[in-house]
Design a protein around this ligand. Structure first.
Ligand code: GLU
Length: 470
């Protein structure tokens, strides 16, 4: 069996990190299985459509390197891949349901539905459609349809339980009493998500539905639809929720939730993918850094967790720093140059300065702040730094530093290293006692970018000036 999956977002705004996690799991699993990965745009709800959302979705997938085999711009015989262009298909299918009495027309107005709902709340009975139009005789229904507005509802079973298997959740049972007579076609003639989703998954030959846990309660309606049509349903894979640090559902109020927010702040696409791929599954062991190829090899669909996964920004920050640190030099410099802000570092020394800050970035957005040490005189150090400067060993190190740097023609990352080694051999001072005073002398800071690059950037004379100032 060829695995066929789909990512089926509704274009209702920026791409949520949870939605991207869904795309990733579909992508990783499909690439591992050598299958076909479909992008289907679920845009039947005209009221929820947000201008530019489709463009944003496509761009976001492209930036994050998630390519699909069929979808917008990659049409094949199973397309079109925009639900808004498939209404004829849904109309034909829903007619089959009406003919077989698995679905019925409902003429209840919004006001009637609202009133019925109020009554249910007052009587403390579960809310949901009260079944008023369920048994209208066919002739009457046909006649009323000529003059009245109606929706089409699914006649779901009213008793017993719907039992099914989900690869993540195991055996699931949902009582039919909890399942409403779902609207399949709205009064504007457009299908709801439920109808369009089932019809498309069938005609697109989808074998595995991988999506967020919030869709689990909809499975009975979908399975009933498959039954009514006489179709084989795909396998179900419902991914665990993403949570805030306090275990509440991941929300905007507690931080950024759009993929774009993270890209705008200078997060590395590969790091975002790596981080999100491990929210809900991990290969075990200590390693947390995985390239896409490694994720594809290691992924195990049977080992996805049921429990919600905490979106830990600290961890993402750490991971992003690792990606920047290990990034190939040419790629890093090209990207870093997009994030210079108002830096005053001059062009001829820019690469050196950028290399110096490479290991101390969390995101690319940090670059302008980190570059300040190159263009401004060190500020008077704080107490702890002052104490360090006052040590005898520091005096010895500084004297030796000045002596050795004075003899150089030019100061480079390499000659700086040689100087530091020679000071260590000569004075016996090493580690923090050796490195930190030099850093403080040159930058005023106790921590920061790689010292060799700073020394090279400042040049011989400025090195001597700054150290001798102390
Ligand atoms: N359009 C739905 C969404 O945006 C898709 C759910 C599904 O994958 O079935 O979440």
């Amino acid at each position: 069996m060829t695995v066929i999956t789909r990512f089926a977002p509704s274009p209702t705004g920026l791409v949520h990190v949870g939605s991207h996690r869904t795309a990733l799991y579909n992508y990783i699993f499909t690439r591992q299985q050598g299958g076909k990965f479909i992008l289907r745009v679920e845009d039947t709800d005209q009221n929820r459509y947000v201008e530019g959302a489709i463009e944003n979705l496509l761009l976001s997938l492209e930036k994050l390197g998630i390519d699909y085999d069929a979808g917008p711009g990659k049409e094949d015989e199973n397309g079109p891949y925009f639900q808004s262009k498939r209404n004829d298909i849904y109309k034909k299918e829903v007619q089959k349901l009406l003919d077989a009495r698995y679905a019925y027309r409902c003429f209840c107005s919004m006001e009637m539905l609202e009133a019925a709902r109020k009554e249910q709340i007052e009587k403390h009975i579960p809310t949901g459609y009260n079944g008023k139009c369920r048994n209208i005789p066919q002739e009457e229904s046909d006649k009323r349809a000529e003059t009245e507005d109606f929706v089409i509802r699914l006649k779901t079973p009213q008793e017993g339980v719907c039992a099914f298997h989900d690869i993540v959740r195991g055996d699931v049972q949902i009582s039919w009493s909890q399942v409403d007579d779902q609207v399949l076609v709205k009064s504007d003639g457009f299908p709801t998500y439920h109808l369009a989703n089932v019809v498309d998954d069938h005609y697109m030959d989808v074998t595995h539905i991988i999506r967020g846990e919030e869709w689990l309660p909809s499975v009975p309606k979908h399975l009933f639809l498959y039954d009514c049509f006489g179709w084989e349903p795909p396998r179900m894979v419902h991914l665990p929720l993403l949570l805030n640090a306090d275990k509440s559902k991941l929300s905007k109020r507690q931080g950024d939730v759009a993929v774009e927010d993270y890209l705008k702040k200078g997060y590395v696409p590969e790091a975002l993918n790596n981080f999100l791929a491990l929210l809900g599954w991990n290969p075990g062991g200590k390693n947390e850094i995985y390239s896409m190829e490694e994720l594809i090899t290691a992924f195990d669909i049977n080992k996805i967790n049921k429990a919600g996964a905490v979106f830990d920004v600290q961890k993402l920050n750490w991971m992003n720093g690792q990606y920047i640190k290990n990034m190939d030099t040419a790629k890093y410099l090209k990207e870093a140059r997009k994030w210079l802000g108002n830096t005053k570092v001059n062009e001829s020394k820019l690469d050196t300065a950028l290399m110096a800050v490479k290991t101390s970035l969390t995101t690319f957005q940090d670059i302008p702040d980190k570059l300040v040490v190159f263009t401004e005189d060190p500020v008077i150090p704080g107490e702890e730094a002052k104490e360090m400067l006052a040590l005898d060993s520091t005096r010895t190190v500084f004297t030796s530093y000045v002596e050795k740097v004075s003899t150089l023609d030019i100061l480079t990352v390499d000659s700086f290293k040689t100087v530091m080694k020679a000071i260590q051999t000569e004075t016996g001072v090493k580690g923090k006692l050796l490195w930190m005073p030099v850093r403080i002398g040159l930058t005023g800071e106790m921590h920061g970018p790689e010292l060799g690059y700073i020394a090279e950037y400042l040049g011989k004379n400025e090195n001597l000036r700054r150290i001798q100032n102390n």
